[in-house]
Design a protein around this ligand. Structure first.
Ligand SMILES: NC(=O)c1ccc[n+]([C@@H]2O[C@H](COP(=O)([O-])OP(=O)(O)OC[C@H]3O[C@@H](n4cnc5c(N)ncnc54)[C@H](OP(=O)(O)O)[C@@H]3O)[C@@H](O)[C@H]2O)c1
Length: 312
């Protein structure tokens, strides 16, 4: 039985993006805590949707561009987990920043209409009052502000970069190098996707404690030198860390802007890791992730041929 201060078994949480990373982690963690979970999916016949159903998650067909389907999915639900695809994911979803904003606002509007009692919206660590100049971060700041203006009990989490993102092909691991934004001695925060699930499930379990809060979340912090050590240990072979060369950052405005946001600290993150551990319990370190849930991704990256960089 769950130990939280809310009776969960008869309450439904509707999870968006449950066939994806964050929504999948949230849906799984909520199920494990005894919640009734409903997932809005585009294709209930997909393997990922079937896997959700296999975990006891009720799957309903819908689409973020179809408000009637979202209203239908939100009927009778207690809570909503809100996540949207973004332009930062490139060709994966082919959405614009305007699409992301429209989807995020629509979920919040329909949550109000439907009498939802607690909405958790997942944003990004770089979102804040000051614009970043990156469309898929500023979109999230706009959705955050919209949610805060509604008559809606809401908690906003702002995750750091996902550990999973570090394993995308094209970072060079298969060639014994790893290339990223962080400088050799600069600290940057990261989070395992499964920890987003753990944290969000705890937030739903204690609405009184978390209502109205905006929480930057991360599970660990690494430096470029630390990445080199951790990756070399986990791969059992030398991996040399390099920051993206300045010439590349100058040529590619998207990568250049991301690098600038690491340099000014916003994308490197400012989460209070000690406070997060006190509030949410043990969070996954990068070393534990590499030797645990991240092992298959690490193995695939070590074995991958070189491929273009895709960023989320
Ligand atoms: N990567 C990072 O380090 C990082 C850090 C902070 C924030 N973010 C943000 O996280 C968000 C993405 O989250 P994620 O990585 O968990 O997503 P993801 O794994 O890419 O999954 C996206 C989910 O959205 C669903 N979806 C896409 N279009 C849809 C539509 N039109 N209607 C209904 N569902 C739709 C997909 O369902 P299907 O199965 O139907 O495709 C899938 O379940 C982005 O906004 C990104 O900017 C990323």
């Amino acid at each position: 039985m769950p130990t939280q201060n809310t009776s969960t078994n008869d309450r439904i949480v509707l999870v968006f993006g449950a066939t994806g990373q964050q929504g999948g982690a949230v849906a799984t963690a909520l199920r494990e805590q005894g919640w009734a979970v409903r997932a809005l999916v585009r294709n209930p016949d997909s393997e990922r949707a079937k896997a959700l159903a296999g975990k006891g998650i009720a799957v309903v067909q819908g689409d973020l561009s179809d408000r009637a389907s979202m209203r239908n999915a939100m009927t009778g639900v207690y809570g909503v987990f809100s996540v949207q695809p973004s332009s930062g994911q490139g060709a994966a979803y082919n959405v614009t920043d305007a699409d992301e904003i429209r989807y995020g606002k629509a979920i919040a509007d329909i949550a109000v209409e439907s009498g939802v009692q607690h909405l958790v919206y997942t944003s990004v660590n770089a979102a804040g009052a000051e614009k970043t100049g990156m469309g898929h971060f500023d979109s999230k700041a706009e959705i955050e502000a919209y949610v805060r203006d509604l008559d809606l009990v809401a908690t906003i989490v702002r995750p750091a970069g996902f550990m999973e993102l570090l394993m995308l092909p094209g970072m060079g691991l298969d060639m014994g190098v790893f290339t990223s934004f962080v400088r050799t001695e600069q600290r940057a925060q990261i989070i395992a996707v499964q920890d987003i699930g753990t944290i969000v499930a705890k937030i739903f379990a204690s609405p009184d404690r978390f209502a109205g809060r905006t929480i930057e979340i991360a599970g660990d912090e690494i430096t470029g030198a630390g990445l080199q050590d951790s990756l070399s240990r986990a791969a059992a072979r030398p991996i040399a860390y390099h920051r993206f060369p300045d010439s590349l950052l100058e040529e590619n405005p998207f990568l250049g802007r991301l690098a600038a946001l690491f340099d000014d600290g916003r994308l490197a993150g400012n989460a209070d890791l000690a406070a997060l551990r006190a509030e949410f319990g043990k969070l996954t370190s990068f070393d534990d992730w590499l030797n645990g849930p991240g092992r298959p991704l690490l193995q695939a990256a070590l074995n991958a041929g070189d491929a273009p960089i895709a960023l989320r």
